[in-house]
Write a protein that binds this ligand. Sequence first.
Ligand code: GLN
Length: 539
Amino acid sequence: MAKYIFVTGGVTSSLGKGIIAASLAKLLQARGFRVTIQKFDPYINVDPGTLNPYEHGECFVTEDGAETDLDLGHYERFLSVNTSQLNNVTTGRIYQTVINKERAGDFLGKTVQVVPHITDEIKRRMQLIGKTGDYDIVLTELGGTVGDIESLPFIEAVRQLQWELPEEDVLAIHLTLVPYLKAAKELKTKPTQHSVKMLRETGVHPDIIVCRTEEVLGNEIKNKIALFCNVKREAVIEAMDASTIYEVPLLMLREKLDVITLRKLGITDYPEPNLDNWKTFLDKLKYPKAKVTIGLIGKYIELQDAYKSILESFIHAGAMNEVKVKVIDIHSEFINEQNVGEKLEGLDGLLVAPGFGSRGIEGKIIAVQYARETGLPFFGICLGMQMAVIEFARNVLDIKDAHSTEMNSNTSNPVVNMMEEQKRIKMMGGTMRLGAYPCEIEEDSLAHKIYGKTNITERHRHRYEFNNDYLVKFETAGMIASGTNPETGLVEIMEIPTHPFFIGVQYHPELKSTVENPSPLFVGFIAAAKKYNEGKSSK
Ligand code: GLN
């Protein structure tokens, strides 16, 4: 039987519940426990796949093709353990299941209600992963903030589990904010007191309170929070702002969050944590030997969370190469033929981001052309790869109206085309080509050098693909398909062998990059940028 830890948040959103949960999970994993994390989100969308990145940030895709909340990306990056369809549940999915059961007649004669029907379904889902026997401890992060109307059924489900399961099998952690008032030169505990009061009114009593703060809490404040919130003094944990999220596990170790958690779960026998790899990574991250500047070309750049996994992959790859990666966000809508040189000046590499729809794509194509012609390292992901294909068709093959049918359904030269199986699909939610697919890599290609093997799997999220009718023309002119799906022949990787580093991939390598296993493509790209930078300075 697994033990369950629930993490709720109070006072305000964006306190970093996901990072605290992932950090605690990391420490428990480092002490030898089998741990996973799941997230329960209170919105009605069945999954975040149908949300705009401006609303919700990036949609993270799991191995098995679930479109999930970006916090699952943090869980995987910290733990190097794959999450799945089971790890992200929304209110929409809960209701969908209950309503389907009602239609099937499972509740005949009964009034279907939030309590017990919805809460029963929530509790069932909360325990699904735990019942597989694969994990000792399952952490569950509850999205939203205590006091929101829509999170009430989730909190009620936690209350019921606290009451139903053995006391030592369920633990509740509440994350709050302790603001520092500059005028009064004081840390204020009142918001925390109110938040805990609100949580207790729902019947859930937190065992541990984690306090986000900019200043050291000190004994007095910790004592006060312990007294007013009815937790033990040792269970008031200070979570100071950190310079990087990857530092948080070590801060939590110092605060003994893991030890207190284990004690409360009735676990007394455990080894010292093994965080050697983690610490090596952190050292490299904190003390880089050089710097490279990468241009990230996208259309959602105002919102950092829209490209979360890409930015984190740069951090992993930077540490691996012992360089600091400075990412410059460049809005594709504002790039044109006149200003491209100026916009991309000083870069050591160019990444053209994934995306949907036609806004800003001409700017992306112009940026690709610049990188192709000047020898600037280029890396295109999904839509970025498709843009590289269109650019090559227009400017090298001289097919002036080459396009993707996503942006121009009437083009006479659809070098990027909707996948055959997608043409029949009418429903939008969860119907893209999603999750991990195999890719076979050509020997002696750049991709082969990067991965060091010929068979890989990477994760996907797309409806369009390279049109193989044009492949011979592309390869004859110097852009080759160096990776393809072995079953369908779908092109997964395109590269230009005569360029120092020019690669576009149909998949999303950023979704598999973790602290302990950085994405080979990102590592290779940063190495190429480093070389490019050294070349510039030796001139
Ligand atoms: N819009 C493109 C497609 O559906 C690319 C998707 C992406 O970049 N994730 O194929």
